[in-house]
Design a binder for this molecule. Sequence first.
Ligand code: DGL
Length: 380
Amino acid sequence: MRKNAVRPAGRRQGRISMLSLPMIALALCLFVINMAAHAAEAGSDAVTPTNLPRILVLATGGTIAGQADTRATGAYKSGQITGEQLVQSVPGLDKLARLSAEQISSIGSQDMNDKVWFALARRIQQAFDKDEADGIVVTHGTDTLEETAFFLDNVLKGDKPVVIVGSMRPATAVGADGPANLYEAIQVAADPRSRRHGVMAVLNDKIEGARSVTKTNTTSLETFNSPNAGPIGYVDTAGGIRFTAQASGLKRATYELPANEQLPRVEIVYSHANMDAVPIEDAIAHGAKGIVLAGVGDGNTSKQALDALELAAKKGIVVVRSTRVRSGFVTRNVEVDDDKNGFVVSEDLNPQKARVLAQLLIANGVTAPDKLQEAFRATW
Ligand code: DGL
């Protein structure tokens, strides 16, 4: 055929198809190899469920599970949404952990009680002892969140993460903080770096230790703080987790739960100007095994009240001097002769936490003043 002659399309195609068969085969091979590579890559990125940590969510109620109430603008009822519904309502949790949820109670935490505490403690310990979970998240009202955290921190054995979380706005509120708090709580509970920190409270991008965290504002999202110790870390959905404290916790011991599922009666007596002995006398009359003084200043109170506390101690009632002041340590033998009276000082523990520790100590038969004081010690 003459050079440059225009070949009929068929012939050219024929020539091209003859020429390009190996090319097509090569292209096909490259395509298949490429697809296989993508599939393998996708496979390696897609974390299979078996790779994710197992997090058990135990719901108790609270505002995080609250729903608006038509009673009034801003009104809501706590504990209306189940733990399962909470978990289902937050997108992306399934990328963090293999989640399961159980309902322990459905109460506002102002109604928190020994029964729920014991149920929580036993369920968590069972989940750890039977290796059912790699971490625990407890959803809870904020009013007594710090007490539950401190109670659990003092009775749970093992070093797996336990995170307690709540919210300041109900699930139905504009700008509800619950979903983000729950997401962050699960981030922390699912992270191996969270082990050996004891029970932690996670709200508003902060990780707080059970001994130090307290509610400091009636309505603010930033309400949880640790006035004496500061947060032990920070968490946010974008940056992940940053611990700023060593994983050690300040727990002195792990206390046994009393078999009768009841903690001994320990009263908190709030001191103020013109204080008399009546609240202390009432506590003694109602069978208190311990009295915690929410004292003025460095755990002080009036002479009348102090005389009544000395009488209580002589009767074998555990007396702990704490303070109504927001921060600082209560110090032994400054204006009160603790050694002579057999009193204990709460150090950094606020009255509500001093009460929990006193209950656990009494329930475990620790009543000698020196042993009690050792159990309250706040520093290494
Ligand atoms: N009902 C209160 C409670 O459950 C509301 C406080 C809250 O959860 O934020 O503690």
